[in-house]
Write a protein of this length. Sequence first.
Length: 165
Amino acid sequence: SAHTCRECTTTRTDYMMQQTMMRVKDPVRSIKFYTGILGMTLLQKIDFPAMRFTLYFLGFEDKANIPEELKERTAWTFSRHGQLGAEKDKDLSFHNGNNKPMGFGHIGISVPDLAKACEYFEKRGVTFVKKADSGKMKNLAFIQDPDGYWIEILSPQHMVTLMSQ
């Protein structure tokens, strides 16, 4: 609604949303999903042995653009948009936020052709929460990653149509 959109009270054009952290049970399985199914690139892995966790930074980036030198790569990584974090405790599990109690909802990925993307996911055995032709909102789909996090798959053209109804 127009009432929820407000003008910014400060000019912060130098700020950006840099990351979303998701806890995952099995980083190898999750990285395989996000790189092999969704086509992301593993940008950098940062270990924190004393705190017993590792950060895995992923994004839709060309590998050729990733700096080789560690300090340069770290600065570059933290200037990208998006991150997945990981934990390795075998008994650890997470609430995905989509059932009670509600919390984190989902990430969204824009694709040029929704039907082709959904066909691609189906062929690879990806779990669908909602298919593009089901539910009240047509022309968008939700899939799950290996930890049960929801990923909205949408086409910008379909969203324009949906918003103009």
